[in-house]
Design a protein around this ligand. Structure first.
Ligand code: GDP
Ligand code: MG
Length: 370
């Protein structure tokens, strides 16, 4: 697809159009000055003439998260973010519910449990743990493919009466590929026929060597149904979290990741986000994927409005212009103009990706040639 005319490219490089035509002749391309050329050819010419290409995305519009590093002294400990994976019916949902019951503040707050895609518990020791409620395997890999590595620790649930099943092995592979530490929760130990030792042995075949087999992967026997040894599992999560030394700067403009999003009949577009650094506040202006907005309200996993949410806290955000996608990054910016600029730019780029490129795209392809 053609992206720019030779004359236009020559203008931007402050070269003569006829020189560009000559160059192309030498390469065996018979073109006239008003003809449009494709991106590869344009880039070839730019290099040939000793110029550099500056793309709009890299410099002018996009937010450069990586360049924005927090200094060590700004960092504070944050709660671990945990995803539960495992074969169907091995007890993922039951375990999530049981762990939710370990929260010491749920009762006092008087809130009603809301399923917003993630929740945070405070365990009796005072430590907090965030659990992702939805992911499952495809969401986990999809988020990762989009560059959103939100999970710090994976709990692999294996039913002691069933053994390693296809989705167990899939979960092991995803976790390894993500480089995320794993804790094996051998569930349903209350059941007749439960054989935890057999699970540990079978895991060896997949190079998961648990502590009980002198390896380094923590394992724990639990019953989600009978609530046996949930404290043991919590302790292992906290121990693993300590080893990871999880930290974030809470005192800065917030960055968060969308866990799930939907269009709510009464409330409009709603996104559950997990704050990764900074503190998200009511009134903050943000860009999220191809959408932007201003935080109208923040609602926690107990259904309560909160004024702000810090690192590792999941919260529902109201006040978006549209529904973003899971895995999209939410970034707080200075003002509405900036938010709109970034969102518009991303929308245009996405559109270009979907449609064949037309000459109207040249402005975003080559912003400046120096
Ligand atoms: P998921 O598909 O992995 O989310 O599994 P569920 O949490 O829906 O559990 C599947 C079935 O196993 C349900 O009938 C649960 O009641 C049962 N279950 C889950 N955990 C336990 C457990 O620890 N012991 C026993 N006996 N049953 C359990
Ligand atoms: Mg389930």
């Amino acid at each position: 697809p053609e992206v720019i005319t030779i004359q236009e490219l020559a203008n931007r490089m402050a070269e003569k159009g006829s020189d560009l035509v000559k160059s192309l002749f030498k390469l065996g391309m018979m073109v006239t000055i008003n003809e449009a050329i494709d991106q590869d050819t344009a880039e070839l010419l730019v290099e040939e003439f000793g110029h550099k290409i500056t793309r709009v995305s890299d410099s002018d519009v996009e937010i450069d998260h990586d360049a924005d590093v927090d200094a060590d002294e700004t960092m504070s400990p944050r709660a671990p973010v945990v995803t539960i994976m495992g074969h169907v019916d091995h007890g993922k949902t039951s375990l999530l519910d049981a762990l939710r019951g370990t929260d010491v503040v749920a009762g006092e707050a008087g809130g009603i449990t809301q399923h917003i895609g993630a929740y945070q518990v405070q365990v009796p020791s005072g430590d907090k743990i965030t659990f992702l409620d939805t992911p499952g395997h495809s969401a986990f890999t999809e988020m990762r493919a989009r560059g959103a590595n939100v999970t710090d620790i994976v709990i692999l649930v294996v039913a002691a009466d069933d053994g390693l099943m296809p989705q167990t092995i899939e979960a092991i592979n995803h976790t390894k590929a993500a480089g995320v530490p794993m804790i094996v929760a051998i569930n349903k130990v209350d059941k007749e026929g439960a054989n935890p030792q057999k699970i540990r042995e079978r895991l060896l075949e997949h190079e998961v060597i648990v502590e009980a087999m002198s390896g380094e992967v923590q394992d724990v026997e639990v019953s989600a149904l009978k609530k046996i040894n949930l404290e043991g599992l919590v302790d292992k999560i906290l121990l693993q979290a300590e080893l990871l030394e999880l930290k974030a700067n809470p005192d800065r403009a917030a960055e968060a990741v969308v866990i799930e999003a939907k269009l709510d009949k009464g409330r409009g577009p709603v996104a559950t986000v997990l704050v990764q650094r900074g503190t998200l506040k009511r009134g903050d202006i943000f860009v999220v994927g191809e959408q932007s907005g201003k935080v109208r309200a923040l609602i926690n996993d107990k259904g309560k409005q909160v004024p702000s949410a810090g690192p590792s806290e999941p919260v529902e955000v109201l006040g978006l212009t549209g529904v973003p996608s899971a895995g999209d990054k939410l970034t707080v910016v200075e003002n509405e103009q900036r938010a709109r600029e970034v969102a518009d730019y991303r929308r245009q780029k996405a559109l270009e990706k979907r449609t064949t490129m037309a000459p109207t795209n040249i402005d975003t392809m080559f912003s400046s040639l120096a």
